[in-house]
Design a protein around this ligand. Structure first.
Ligand SMILES: Cc1cc2nc3c(=O)[nH]c(=O)nc-3n(C[C@H](O)[C@H](O)[C@H](O)COP(=O)(O)O)c2cc1C
Length: 181
């Protein structure tokens, strides 16, 4: 059997820089990693960094990754063993909960039938807001799994629940879900 295909979705959180280490850990763990970034994620980390760490081209818009006749993001969705979103913003959690498809990552989340693992990172009040909690519950009811967030000092200056789970833990959980424990 070939390497499991992990799509690593990266969104516009201050924790996005940690996605470089995460991509590296997944590659070292034996996965084929394809990074899909939201537009806002590119404010926090460059596609070039994630391309280098994942060893694959990075998708930032629907026109990317057109290697053959099939739209690249749909091809990725079909090939995925796991869709991992880390870090996941409050915004992308809301988009996924409500089935929006305004960018490649959201489209892939609708198009793939692979399991979905979400590692949220945000301000503690955003995480605790009933809207976010309702979105999380909705995604869980459809089978999505969450890892974190953890409690600690947050980049916004507050202390509370909202830190991205440790990338080592996210990588272990993701690889285990792909049979690479
Ligand atoms: C410095 C800075 C840090 C941010 N960190 C987060 C964060 O950790 N989590 C979050 O949900 N939003 C965060 N935001 C807000 C998101 O970038 C914003 O909601 C954006 O629309 C998310 O877009 P995306 O989900 O398409 O990536 C941050 C914004 C700024 C300016």
């Amino acid at each position: 059997m070939g390497a499991p295909v992990i799509i690593l979705g990266v969104t516009g959180s201050i924790a996005a820089y940690k996605a470089a280490d995460l991509a590296s850990l997944l590659v070292k763990g034996g996965a084929e990693v394809h990074v899909v970034m939201s537009r806002h994620a590119c404010d926090f980390i460059t596609p070039l960094t994630l391309q280098t760490m994942s060893r694959n081209p990075v998708v930032t818009c629907v026109a990317d990754a057109q290697a053959n006749w099939k739209p690249g993001h749909i091809d990725l969705a079909d090939r995925a063993t796991l869709l991992l979103i880390a870090p996941a913003t409050a915004n992308v959690i809301a988009e996924l909960a409500h089935g929006l498809a305004g960018h490649p990552l959201a489209e892939i989340a609708l198009a793939t039938r692979s399991p979905l693992l979400i590692a949220p990172a945000m301000n503690g009040k955003m995480w605790e807001h009933p809207a976010t909690q309702a979105n999380v519950a909705l995604l869980k009811s459809r089978g999505a799994e969450f890892i974190g967030p953890e409690a600690g000092i947050l980049a916004c200056g507050y202390e509370g629940l909202g830190r991205l789970a440790a990338v080592t833990e996210i990588a272990s959980r993701a690889l285990a879900k792909c049979g690479k424990a």
